[in-house]
Every structure is written in structure tokens, then in C-alpha cells.
Design a protein. Structure first.
Length: 389
């Protein structure tokens, strides 16, 4: 359940009315805390506090690129760890590996980052990728990951008549286009037909999962229904709500080949989807708490407590190997129990966002308790709500 947008959009803490899965009522307190990341790796409370995001924020140019997810989802399944910034080592090179390692996890997340590459098609039809060019830094968001739209092929789509399209000017007729990569419509390298026109402008991804690379052999998707067998789109940024696999947790399955959950798509051997998903028919998929988690699946971590450390390799400016120590402070969140009583809650750490380039860290906490009934925004803004540190 998403919050109403009449709340104070500059607030760093809010009390929001919601429901449990059994439809019983809840009151939840959300608190966002912003820290400066010092050169020592220590986090110190920032003078300027970033407000809670009550709605998703998308990039103005790359409209499918999610910059900020909703901070106030009522239910999450885990702590999201998101890292914004660039792959960089302090020197010029053509390829490097960026690493994010949270101390509570044994498995670090690795991102293979390559400079600009082109596709060469020889006279005999063979396809090769050029060697990556040198770079100083490359953005780690989904715009540089595998995916995108095959715009040339998409122009061949059959659309409704002009009269129908004119009658529905706000409808996105390409929303279900098979020429848009189901895992990432904001990226680059997705090809369904390597025409000469596309070859002239084709960009290959710079960020990849090291064990699941795009190659000349799998560059062109021959069967549009088998898109799920293509390489994953991997980024430490926020995942769009409509992208696979997140869309599965919203209870929806994009059109795909019947073998998608019977054969080993990348999510199976990368262990980024629960094994039970692969045993159920698509029609059995239902909305789950995991829908609210928007980090790369390998960075959706069992509930963190806020005293862990995050090691960044080839990400933090001027520090190729840098460890951030989380502040180890937890809020005490109490919501209105009515009749003059306050109800204590057990805080959950919903998200940790590292803005490496600006040396900022934000943490969003949520605590909830049973409510007598649902409350309007006008009521909530007048109801007592306590946060103590």
C-alpha cells in the first residue's frame, strides 16, 4: 500500500495508516536519517536532512531509470542496500571490477565494468566486440547495464488506428513491446535484429554480472519470448517496479516463453530468486512483501541492524578500497495508540543508500503497531508520534 501524496513532502519522519496482510489496521512510523561519510569511513549526522520520498522519482531524460524509490512502503521483506556513484579506481583503465561487500554477508557483489565497446560485423557474417576503450569513471546505474530498447525493430510494431490513438493520447502503446528488455528498459545492448541502421548506433553495456556476460553469440535475441534467458541487468541502483524479477513480486508475469520457469534462467543459478518461484506456474504468482524491495536482489539482505560495515572497492572517489562503518544508532519509534497511549514499535531498517560521489548515506527505518481503524491524512498530521535516538 502506497502512502497518500498529501503528506508534507519535506518531512523526514511521518506516521502513516496502513493494513496488515489479514486486512487488520496498522499505524507505521517512518524515519529517514542522513549522514556525512567522513574520510575515516565513520558516518556523522548531516546538517541537511533529506526528506522521505513518498513517490518514485524517475530520470527526466531516461524516463525508465528509477532514481529514488518510495521510502514509505508499509511492508518489506528485507533491507535494501543501494549504492549510487561511479566505477572508478583513481586511474585510467579499460576494465575493472567494482565490489560491494556488506559485513553481515559472506558473498560480496561484483560488477564487471568495461569501457566503450562497438560491434563489428565481418563480411562472412561473424560478429565481434571491440576491445573496451579507456575510461576514468562510469556511472553504476541501470543506464549502463545490459538492456534497453531495440528502437529500430520496434518501429515495425502494428499499432491501433490513428483514430484510436488520438482518442487515448496518454496511453503508452509501446508499454508491452517485445522489443523492450524485460529486465531493464533503461540500459543498452538489447538487440532483436542486428540491422545496419541499428549497428551504426548500437552501444554495449558497461556494467555486467561477471558470470553472465553479453557475448557475440548471445547478442541477438532470435526468439522474442526467450528474453528471460538473456544476461541479467545488474546495477547497485534502484530497480524499476515494472522490471523482472521485481514485477513478479507484484504478482505479475511479463509475457515469456513457457520454459522460463522450467529451465535455468540466470536468476536460478545466480540465486537471486527464491527456488520456490521456479516450482510454481505463472498463474500462481502473488503479491509479496518482496515487491517493495528495489535493490539488486543480491543486495536485498536479511534485516540489518545498522551497525554493519559496507566495503566499496573501485567506487568511492579517491579511495579505491574504502569501508563505511554504519552509525550504529537505532531509533525508538512510538505511534499513537489513542486514548492517550503511545505504542512502542520494533524498528526495521528498510533501506540504506550510499551516495558515494556526494559522500552521503541515508537510512530509512519503519516501526508499526496495530491501529483501531484507518486514519485520514488530516488526522495523522495531528496525532502524536515519537522518535527518539
Amino acid at each position: 500500500m502506497q502512502p497518500e501524496l498529501q503528506f508534507d513532502t519535506k518531512a523526514t519522519q511521518l506516521q502513516i495508516s496502513g493494513t496488515e496482510h489479514d486486512s487488520s489496521f496498522l499505524l507505521a512510523g517512518f524515519v529517514k536519517r542522513t549522514y556525512d561519510i567522513m574520510d575515516s569511513g565513520k558516518c556523522v549526522l548531516a546538517t541537511t536532512q533529506e526528506p522521505l520520498h513518498l513517490a518514485p522519482v524517475y530520470d527526466e531524460k531516461n524516463k525508465n531509470l528509477l532514481l529514488h524509490d518510495i521510502d514509505c512502503f508499509m511492508h518489506k521483506a528485507a533491507t535494501d542496500v543501494v549504492v549510487k556513484g561511479f566505477a572508478q579506481s583513481g586511474r585510467v583503465q579499460s576494465q575493472l571490477t567494482s565490489v560491494i561487500h556488506v559485513s553481515s554477508q559472506s558473498k560480496p557483489q561484483k560488477f564487471l565494468v568495461s569501457g566503450k565497446r562497438t560491434v563489428v560485423r565481418h563480411q562472412d557474417g561473424r560478429i565481434e566486440f571491440s576491445k573496451p576503450s579507456d575510461f576514468e569513471k562510469i556511472s553504476l546505474d541501470y543506464s549502463e547495464a545490459y538492456g534497453g530498447i531495440d528502437h529500430v525493430a520496434e518501429r515495425s510494431m502494428e499499432l491501433p488506428s490513428k483514430e484510436i490513438m488520438d482518442a487515448m493520447p496518454d496511453h503508452d502503446w509501446y508499454a508491452s513491446s517485445p522489443y523492450r528488455y524485460g529486465r531493464n528498459t533503461a540500459g543498452k545492448g538489447f538487440v532483436t535484429n542486428l540491422s545496419e541502421e541499428l549497428l551504426e548506433t548500437l552501444e554495449l553495456p558497461s556494467i555486467e554480472e561477471p558470470t553472465n556476460l553479453l557475448t557475440p553469440a548471445n547478442l541477438v535475441l532470435q526468439d522474442l519470448t526467450r528474453w528471460a534467458f538473456q544476461p541479467v541487468a545488474k546495477s547497485p541502483g534502484w530497480m524499476n517496479h515494472e522490471w523482472f524479477p521485481r514485477i513478479l513480486h507484484f504478482g505479475m508475469m511479463p509475457e515469456a516463453h513457457p520454459a522460463t520457469f522450467k529451465e535455468s534462467i540466470p536468476e536460478y543459478y545466480l540465486e537471486t530468486l527464491a527456488p520456490s518461484i521456479f516450482k510454481m506456474p505463472p498463474e500462481a504468482i502473488r503479491l509479496s512483501n518482496r515487491a517493495a524491495n528495489g535493490a539488486w536482489p543480491g543486495l536485498q539482505l536479511p534485516w540489518m541492524i545498522g551497525n554493519e560495515s559496507i566495503r566499496l572497492i573501485n567506487i568511492f572517489p579517491d579511495k579505491p578500497d574504502f569501508t563505511i562503518q554504519l552509525p550504529a544508532e537505532r531509533p525508538s519509534i512510538s505511534v499513537d495508540g489513542r486514548r492517550g497511549k503511545m505504542l512502542a514499535t520494533k524498528p526495521e531498517l528498510h533501506s540504506i543508500v550510499v551516495d558515494a560521489e556526494n559522500k552521503k548515506l541515508t537510512m530509512v527505518w519503519k516501526g508499526s503497531a496495530p491501529a483501531l481503524r484507518p486514519y485520514l491524512v488530516e488526522e495523522l498530521t495531528k496525532m502524536p508520534f515519537e522518535v527518539k535516538w
